[in-house]
Design a binder for this molecule. Structure first.
Ligand code: KIV
Length: 271
């Protein structure tokens, strides 16, 4: 019998049981109430209030500038639109690295002020004290390994990570460490498919891939990318389900035309 079919509210337990049953987990990002309503209603399992909001919503080049207050604003808007999905919020850059007390305080603010169900943070052994401290307060933590956009200035590029043995070995060790420490799930971003398969098979918690091949326990995409709103971004891993940039531009052009020609509003659209 399907684990997810009759679930009224997705929990960390649901996600674990889906992994055990071999049912794939579908995750997407959202940053606002209206989008969250649509994707929750469509049956998504996990909604990530990603710090990709920094790029997609605010137009920054990287995820680094977004603040904790801004993440809480996005997350509380998303939570108001959700009935069934599990909502995870990214801890933004500078709110958890190198200081586990700060990490705990940041996670507690997210949980208290937004009503979200868990937090996500990037890194392995370097951030393990922060992970432990947040978990000690009963806050579910999702890990994130591979390409970690908050470390873009260390990596220097957004290309595939862990192609070399040493980096792949560290990633496997970090995945095991995050699992043993108590994370409920792990995002694997832009790593070779074989490595993602090996990691997914060697840990008990569900892995969610983005550019990590078909053998992770679930998949995540940035909603604005899969909807084709961010038209210039086309990495190999991205499947576009709509071309909304073009469709929305066309709708706006038609509206402008109708206003200018006085076709809009017509009699039926007036009081
Ligand atoms: O911020 C984000 O959207 C993410 C996903 C790409 C996993 O971290």
């Amino acid at each position: 019998m399907s684990v997810i079919k009759n679930v009224k509210r997705v929990t960390t337990r649901t996600l674990y049981e889906m992994k055990v049953a071999g049912e794939k987990i579908a995750m997407l990002t959202a940053y606002d109430y209206s989008m969250a309503r649509i994707i929750d209603d469509a049956g998504i399992d996990v909604i990530l209030v990603g710090d990709s909001a920094s790029n997609v919503m605010a137009g920054h080049e990287t995820t680094l500038p977004i603040t904790l207050d801004q993440m809480i604003y996005h997350a509380s808007s998303v939570v108001r639109g959700v009935k069934r999905s599990f909502v995870v919020v990214d801890l933004p850059f500078g709110t958890y690295q190198g200081n586990s007390s700060l990490a705990l305080a940041s996670a507690i603010r997210i949980m208290k002020e937004s009503g979200a169900h868990g937090v996500k943070l990037e890194g392995g052994s370097e951030v393990i004290e922060s992970v432990k401290r947040i978990l000690s307060a009963g806050v579910p933590v999702m890990g994130h390994l591979g390409l970690m956009p908050q470390s873009i200035y260390k990596f220097g590029t957004y290309t595939v990570r862990a192609k070399q043995d040493a980096e792949a070995r560290k990633l496997i060790d970090d995945a095991k460490l995050l699992t043993e420490t108590g994370c409920f799930s792990l995002v694997l971003e832009k790593i070779p498919a074989d490595l993602a398969k090996e990691v997914s098979e060697s840990i008990d918690i569900p892995t969610i891939g983005i550019g990590a091949g078909p053998d992770t326990d679930g998949q995540v995409l940035v909603t604005h990318d899969m909807m084709g709103i961010t038209a210039e971004f086309h990495p190999r891993f991205l499947r576009r389900y709509l071309q909304l940039y073009d469709d929305m531009k066309d709708a706006v052009q038609r509206y402008v035309k109708d206003v200018r020609s006085t076709d809009f509003p017509n009699e039926k659209e007036s009081y």
